[in-house]
Design a protein around this ligand. Sequence first.
Ligand code: NAP
Ligand code: MG
Length: 480
Amino acid sequence: MTFLEYAPAPESRSVLHLRESYGLFIDGDFRAGSGDTFATISPADESHIATIASASEADVDTAVAAARRAYDKTWSRMSGRDRGKYLFRIARLVQERARELAVAESLDNGKPIKESRDVDVPLVAAWFFYYAGWADKLDHAGLGADPKSLGVAAQIIPWNFPLLMLAWKIAPALAAGNTVVIKPAETTPLSALIFAEILQQADLPPGVVNIVTGAGATGAALVRHPDVNKIAFTGSTGVGREIAKAVAGTDKKLTLELGGKAANIVFDDAPLDQAIEGIVNGIFFNQGHVCCAGSRLLVQESIHDDVVDRLKTRLSTLRLGDPLDKNTDIGAINSREQLDRIRELSAIGEAEGAERWSAPCVIPDNGFWFAPTIFTNVQASHRIARDEIFGPVLSVLTFRTPAEAIEKANNTPYGLSAGIWSDKGSRILAVADRLRAGVIWANTFNRFDPASPFGGYKESGYGREGGRHGLLAYLKGASA
Ligand code: NAP
Ligand code: MG
C-alpha cells in the first residue's frame, strides 16, 4: 500500500510573544524568585524555550501569604455573581488567545497541535465557562443552605495536560470562593505562565491565583505549608502516597487524582471499525501520556487476530513527528526520563515473553520519540499488563466470556477508567455495573466534559473533579 505524501504544514510560532525568562506569579505580578532557575525545553528537538524561576520554600511562603490576604480581604467577601464574572472573563480570554496557548502547549509538552488546538484548549475554556455558571448558584446545588469555601487551596499538577489540569483545578476552586497557589510540572510551565498574563488581562484581584514554578521540592513545600486548607494533586501514585502521609493528622482537605491501567474491553459483536478508532484514541492520544488511557486491550478471543491485524494497518498510517505540524498524529515523549521509563518497561515486556510490534515510522534524530507499539501474547502477570507505562504502548489480552472480561479488567490495583465496546446496550450496562472504575466509556473513549465528574477508585485516588461533584472538594462540610 502506498500513501500520498503530506507536505509540511507547521503552525506558525509567530503568535507567541515569549519572554526570555519568567519569574513567579505572586500577588498579581511576576517577580524574581529567591531560588535557582531552570530551563524549559521543547521535547521535539531539545531546544531551549525559556528560563524559569524555581520557587524556594520562602517563595512558597510568600505565595501562600498572598493567597491568604486575597482570601480574607477580597475573594471570600465577593458575591458569587461577581466571582462568576471574573471566571467568564477568563474563559473568554482563553478563547481569544486559544491559538497562542495551543502553540505554547505543543512546543513545551510535545503533544500534536491538532490535540492542543482541538481538545486541550477548547476544554480549558469550557471548564471556566462551566464553573463560572456555578459561582452564583452554590446555594442551590444541594450542597447545604449556605456552603462555605475552605480558604487557600494548594494545587499540584502534572505535565501531560498542563493547561487543562490547571483549569480542572483553578476553575472549581475559584467558583467556590477559595484562593489558589498552583505548581505546574517542571517540564511544562509555559502555558501556566501565559495563563498568568490572562489573569492580569482579566483584572483578577492580586493574590487570588498565584503560580509557583519549580520541581518536586517546590510541590513538597506547598504541601507542608501550615496555612494551606486544601490540597489537590494530580500525578503519580508514589507521590500521591507521600502527600497523603504528609497531610495525615492535619485538617487539610485532600483530593488525589493518580495513575491508571484501564481496560478497554472489545466484545465480538462490537462495531469493529469504530472500535479500532476508539482503541487507537484510547492509548495513542497524547502519546499515551494519559492517566485514563486504555492501556490494556481486552479482546474477545474469537476476534483477536482480526482486531490485531486491523490495528497494525491503522497504526501504520499514523504520522509521527513535529508537534507543531497540523498533520501530526503522534508527537514527542515529554521528557528523556519518561522515554527511558517507556523503553525500560517495553524491554521487560519482551524479556517476559510478550510479542512486540512497533509501527514503521521514521524517528527524528533529536528529541524524545517512541513509535506506537503493540504487545500481544501478554499474560496478566506481565509487568506491561500491571504497571502504568504512560506511553504509546498497548498490551493486548484475551477473554472468552463476559465474566472473564470483568475479572481481568478489575485485576489491577488501579480503578480510574474503562471502555466497553459492544452492539448490545444491555450487555454494556451489565458489564459497566461490575467494573471498579470511576469513569466508564461505552463505544467511545477519552471523552471529557466539564459537567461530568472524573476520578478513581483504589490506587487511582479519591475525590472527583468536574461537574457538581467537583465543587464538593472546595466547600466546607459539603457531601454528595
Ligand atoms: P509526579 O512526580 O507525581 O509529578 C506530578 C506533580 O507533582 C509534578 O508537578 C511534580 O513536580 C510534583 N511533585 C513531585 N514530587 C513531589 C513531592 N514530593 N511533593 C509534592 N509534589 C511533587 O509524576 P511524574 O514524575 O511527572 O510522572 C511519573 C509517573 O506518574 C508517570 O510515568 C505516570 O505513570 C504517572 N503520572 C500520572 C499522571 C496522571 O495524570 N494521573 C500524570 C503524570 C504522571 P515535577 O514535575 O517538577 O517533578
Ligand atoms: Mg518543556
